[in-house]
Design a protein around this ligand. Structure first.
Ligand SMILES: [Zn+2]
Length: 721
């Protein structure tokens, strides 16, 4: 379910981008020719001549970034000044399309830099990021507060009816107008200055916040000896040995705070003391005191966000950011969260009782604690459904799951993927695949970067180096998926947990949204949609992973090559809703805390720990469950989007309902439904209103019922009413 993606992807959805990240105007090939560049050895500033227009990774060093940025920022300002100074009256072409095509170098350089800072950072890159984030935020504010540019855009909005714009052009125009309004372009000079200062400061703080989380993750390693491995299955032992040897500890075993390492450890380790130790480190990232403690930063970030909201005329930060989402208001978000919270909590309490029973039955004389949940859940799952992670994992080889993700896309959308081993990428673990359509035409390049390493941010996300559009000739995308799986031992295949496999499908769903994009304008390309719509293509894609016809073909035992048995598939299907109370509560608690943090009006002196405790207390959070992301390391919302974590659930209402369209035909690959899905969702980017796009696919709006059924919570709700 909800995984780091929307906010961990290069922030693209909507114009309220992450400070310091790309702005919509900073886009793709320029039409106007700039003064020729002085001769330079900086590969970032030379034409990118690698295959597919890939960044010049082979010749790139971190010292190239700063001068390249300097140059690109200056060029971009010159281009924008030229647009603003034009004598001719504003038209869609001379203003909006010109903005769309401005800043190509800046966009390219920023995409390389921020992809690298997320996937393979270093002290130099981190220092640069601290320097650049506020500068880019300042640059963006300078553009969107520019009075002449704003005047041109506003005059187009005023006479919009007479412009005879297409639906896509209207959306693009609205986006630009919104970006100017949100930067304060229509406000008095004093407010504008303050908003610019806030943007700069927030960019600085968010960078620090994310770097602190990474520092805490790098600092912890649970190093184990052979006699500490009780309960751990072979695959996990092998992965732990590989982690240890990668960190210079051959002969030892190590568990890191990467989700793919610690979650299976918590599921299988029979050592309660070690589970507690690892779990405490995991949930206290960003709250360990000292230089990397995030709690004071959080209070300042929230305070600044609230002030920004007020300056823009909103009562709270949440109201300001939600205005341009499908949900529209904090109240609508809360309604959905609470509608699911009540049945989820009831289910979780029942699950808790079952786990306690299992402890007692096994002679345990202690109360279930948070670090026990996953361990006993595995035992109960095995007892009730004859399924556990250890029996599934040998069937989930990374290469086969990648092949399955491609094959599902082939059957739905006709794409064909071919690995390209001849391309220079940024890290030896990254793999490139050329994607073609059914007619053999090039669609884009897909890069998968699957393994955890200390230089990589935790989580999983999709991002890009270039997005599709055809405003200035057909431009095809370069898309990246980043994950944090534990690598198999040398000579052995990498095995995934079922959660890892779902993550891979999830991120590939985002990748398809980018690769299949078929729009005219860069700023509505691919995943540049409303934030609470962006998880629809990714979460919907997860549904295909567990289809028997997919599993039969791709879930093959790594030693025997034998396909997973029909009976194991059946048991897997039956166990699908097992532990859903826990998972839903874990996620919702984070979403509710996020919303509550961003509807605060008075933040002065906020104590983050107190706030967390009180909010969770007020909704009756079960003591044995810890929110999926605690505030001090909640990168989605503190280092990313305010009040944005609900968007997974908002999108899930749609994905649960949307998959029903396939099920109703009796064929999960039904060609007609797949064609409609391609046309209305996967290829459509943000060219139309998301609610209208969904209706065009489904013929009606979604209902929450499908979501509750999917999570197995529907009956609980019926009982409650
Ligand atoms: Zn996602």
């Amino acid at each position: 379910m909800a995984r780091k993606a929307a906010s961990q992807r290069k922030a693209k959805a909507g114009l309220a981008r992450r400070p310091g990240r790309r702005k919509p105007a900073a886009a793709r090939p320029a039409r106007r020719k700039l003064a020729p560049a002085p001769r330079t050895k900086n590969p970032l500033l030379e034409p990118w001549t690698a295959a597919f227009g890939l960044p010049p990774f082979a010749r790139l060093s971190s010292s190239h970034f700063l001068p390249a940025f300097e140059r690109a920022l200056a060029d971009n300002l010159r281009e924008l000044a030229a647009i603003a100074r034009q004598r001719s009256a504003p038209t869609f072409a001379n203003t909006i399309e010109a903005l769309e095509l401005s800043g190509p170098a800046l966009d390219r350089i920023a995409s390389v830099f921020f992809n690298l800072s997320g996937t393979d950072t270093s002290p130099e890159i981190q220092e640069l990021e601290r320097k650049l984030a506020p500068r880019l935020a300042k640059h963006s504010m300078r553009i969107y507060q520019d009075a002449s540019l704003f005047k041109r855009v506003a005059s187009l909005v005023k006479k919009q009816a007479s412009l005879r714009l297409s639906e896509e052009q209207v959306r693009v125009l609205e986006r630009y107008h919104r970006a100017f309004i949100k930067a304060g372009a229509s406000l008095p000079a004093g407010a504008r200055r303050r908003l610019a200062a806030i943007a700069e400061r927030l960019a600085k703080l968010a960078t620090k916040f994310n770097q602190n989380v990474l520092a805490d993750e790098q600092a912890f390693l649970l190093v184990l000896d052979a006699d500490d491995l009780a309960g751990l299955p072979d695959a996990l032992r092998a992965a732990a040995a590989e982690t240890a040897s990668a960190r210079g500890l051959p002969g030892k075993y190590a568990i890191s705070l990467s989700r793919s390492s610690i979650e299976p450890f918590l599921q299988f380790s029979a050592r309660r003391d070690l589970r507690e130790k690892a779990f405490q480190a995991w949930i206290n990232r960003g709250a360990n005191g000292g230089k990397t403690d995030n709690r004071k930063l959080v209070a300042e970030i929230l305070d600044l966000r609230a002030e920004r909201g007020r300056l823009l005329g909103f009562p709270t930060a949440a109201a300001a950011t939600l205005e341009f989402s499908m949900a529209k208001t904090p109240e609508a978000v809360r309604r959905l969260l609470m509608e699911v919270w009540h049945p989820a909590r009831e289910r979780a309490l029942k699950e808790r009782d079952a786990l306690q029973k299992s402890i007692t039955a096994a002679g345990g004389n202690f109360r279930l604690a948070a670090w026990d949940w996953r361990y006993y859940a595995e035992k109960v799952r095995k007892a009730n459904f004859a399924v556990d992670e250890a029996s599934i994992k040998p069937y989930l080889q990374l290469d086969n799951v990648i092949a399955a993700a491609f094959d599902v896309a082939h059957r739905l959308f006709g794409i064909v993927a071919t690995e390209r081993k001849d391309l220079a990428l940024y890290h030896a673990d990254a793999r490139a695949f050329e994607i073609k359509d059914a007619a053999g035409r090039h669609l884009g390049l897909f890069v998968g970067d699957y393994f955890a390493r200390p230089s990589k941010r935790s989580g999983a996300w999709m991002s890009s180096w270039r997005d599709q559009h055809r405003l200035d000739g057909e431009v095809r995308p370069l898309v990246v998926n980043v994950m944090n799986f534990g690598k198999g031992a040398a000579g052995e295949p990498t095995l995934l947990s079922s959660d890892d496999a779902r993550t891979l499908f999830h991120e590939f769903g985002h990748a398809l949204h980018g690769l299949l994009s078929n729009v005219t304008y860069p700023s509505v390309s691919g995943t540049s949609v409303e934030r609470d719509f962006v998880e629809l293509p990714s979460q919907l894609y997860e549904h295909w992973l567990l289809q028997p016809e997919v599993l039969r073909r791709y879930a093959r035992h790594y030693k025997t090559g034998k396909a997973i048995s029909p009976s194991l598939i059946k048991r897997l299907q039956r166990a699908r809703n097992f532990n859903q109370g826990f998972q839903t509560v874990e996620y919702l608690a984070s979403a509710i805390v996020d919303l509550d943090l961003h509807v605060l009006e008075d933040i002065k002196g906020l104590d983050v720990d107190d706030f967390e405790r009180q909010t969770l207390g007020s909704i009756g959070m079960p003591e044995e469950i810890v929110m999926r992301h605690r505030i001090a390391h909640f990168q989605h919302i503190i280092g990313g989007y305010a009040a944005g974590y609900y968007s997974y659930l908002w999108s899930e209402v749609m994905d649960a309902d949307a998959f029903g369209a396939f099920e109703a035909t009796g064929d999960v690959f039904d060609a007609k439904t797949a064609r409609r899905l391609y046309e209305t969702i996967y290829s459509a980017g943000g060219r139309r209103d998301p609610a209208a796009a969904y209706r065009a696919f489904r013929g009606r709006p979604p209902t929450t019922e499908a979501l509750l059924v999917k999570r197995g919570l529907a009956s609980d709700r019926a009982v409650r009413h």
